[in-house]
Design a protein around this ligand. Structure first.
Ligand code: AMP
Length: 434
């Protein structure tokens, strides 16, 4: 049997994992500055949670759930993070603990879709959830934070599209308007859109089928169905975004794939790198009715999720640098024992250190040190050991230093610190192949 990974689920090898780590660090730093704290929830939930929140009519629940059937239990791998966070918010009676709660999460999500570039069955999302603030300032701050995040990540060709879906009242009115508009065109709609006409006509506007797109020309827009309160919220958001100087585009056709959104929704796209047609980097919006719908207190909320694989596709293929490597090449048993202690001391001092304890030739150890792009290679033989000296090969500057064994730790720390320029980047190793 040939061992292979499951369709649409990717292994992330160490070099690629470094790209993920860089992105995750920038995400954490950015959202923590806005007051979000990390929440970690299980990968598995009861299926009912997603049916009640993500929505029975959403494509995700209808077609893409990974189910885990067990006796008397119906479980599912999570397809997104919002339902789990809402479950915790309700279960912990979070509303009684603080007026506003800000959580973020990071981790794998699962959707059984047809895999293609930028669309996988296991992928990673980083997202935020903000509970307890109904006002448009919260929306504006979140959108502004995301534009900053995109900039820090180095995304190019970025567009933040926003729209309002109105509250429940406006949505009901809009639904009627859409049914009235699409009903006479039923025969020219796709099968999928015909089904949506009955349960969720808004989704027809989201359809990629050319027949539906043609039929949707001239469809009523939700902005015309808003209540005065919805309108005030929307104006408040635009006003704050303008005051912050956040660039955005109003897209009246933007409707998101999950059922729970109300009022503000947004999506950020990028055109750089290898991203191709799956160019939505992140999406989110308000879900003011979700918590009450799940049996919690009525609590306004807003959130987003960013697809990490999509961000990486949109970025250049650069591999983030690692800290400089100190390589120890001992020759002989006594030297190996001494290097064993020295390697531990170097690591405790914070230096990335590799000891070649295989007992091979100096040539093979140097080859390995070069292959690992070591910054320095310390060579210790029995002669050096007896005279208390160690050879330090500076592989970046092609120099050799003869150091006392008792000073090596201090001298190496100085050498490596002098490499790091004002930005902390290693001047001596920059541009070297790994
Ligand atoms: P959603 O949870 O559907 O609103 O998606 C939020 C973001 O997650 C999208 O903008 C994508 O960047 C990413 N995403 C969603 N589905 C997938 C998938 N199957 N594979 C990779 N990324 C995805």
């Amino acid at each position: 049997m040939k061992l292979r990974s499951v369709k649409g689920m990717n292994d992330i090898l160490p070099v690629e994992a470094r790209r993920f780590q860089r992105l995750e660090n920038i995400f954490r730093q950015t959202v923590e500055a806005y007051g979000f704290e990390e929440l970690r929830t299980p990968l598995v939930e009861e299926l009912g949670l997603f049916q009640k929140s993500t929505g029975e009519t959403s494509e995700v629940v209808q077609k893409q759930m990974f189910l885990l059937a067990r006796e008397r239990e119906s479980l599912a791998l999570r397809p997104e993070g919002t339902p789990s966070a809402a479950r915790v918010y309700i279960g912990e009676s979070q509303h009684a603990k603080e007026p506003i709660t800000k959580w973020y999460y990071l981790g794998p999500m699962f959707r059984a879709e047809q895999p293609q570039r930028g669309r996988y069955r296991q992928f990673h999302q980083a997202g935020c959830e903000l509970y307890g603030d109904a006002g448009p300032i919260a929306d504006a701050e979140m959108i502004s934070m995301l534009v900053l995040l995109a900039e820090r990540l180095g995304l190019k060709g970025v567009q933040m599209s926003i729209n309002t879906l109105g509250g429940a009242e406006a949505r009901a009115l809009y639904r009627q308007e859409l049914v009235r508009f699409f009903e006479p065109k039923r025969s020219s709609l796709s099968e999928h859109a015909c089904a949506r006409l009955g349960d969720n006509p808004l989704r027809i506007l989201d359809s990629k089928d050319p027949r539906d797109q043609e039929a949707a020309e001239g469809a009523p827009v939700l902005l015309d169905c808003l209540t005065p309160e919805d309108r005030e919220h929307w104006r408040g958001l635009l006003h704050s975004l303008d005051a912050l100087g956040v660039p955005y585009v109003v897209d009246p056709r933007l409707v998101r794939g999950l059922d729970y959104y109300t009022r503000t929704c947004f999506e950020l796209t990028a055109t750089s790198g290898e991203i191709g047609s799956q160019n939505a980097i992140l999406g989110g919006g308000r879900y003011d009715d979700l918590l009450a719908g799940l049996g919690g207190q009525k609590t306004p909320a807003i959130g987003f999720a960013m697809g990490l694989e999509r961000v990486l596709l949109a970025l250049p293929d650069e591999i983030p640098e690692r800290p400089p490597l100190v390589f120890l090449a001992p020759m002989g048993d006594a030297a190996t024992q001494r290097c064993l202690l020295l390697a531990e001391a170097l690591r405790r001092a914070g230096h990335r250190t590799e000891l070649d304890g295989r007992g091979g030739s100096l040539k093979s150890m140097l080859r390995r040190a070069n292959g690992m792009a070591a910054r320095v290679c310390l060579v210790l033989g029995d002669t050096e050991l007896s005279s208390g000296r160690i050879q330090c090969k500076d592989l970046a500057r092609h120099e050799q230093l003869d150091l006392g064994l008792d000073e090596v730790l201090g001298r190496l720390s100085e050498l490596l610190a002098s490499d790091a320029g004002p930005t902390g980047r290693s001047a001596a190793t920059e541009g070297r192949a790994e």
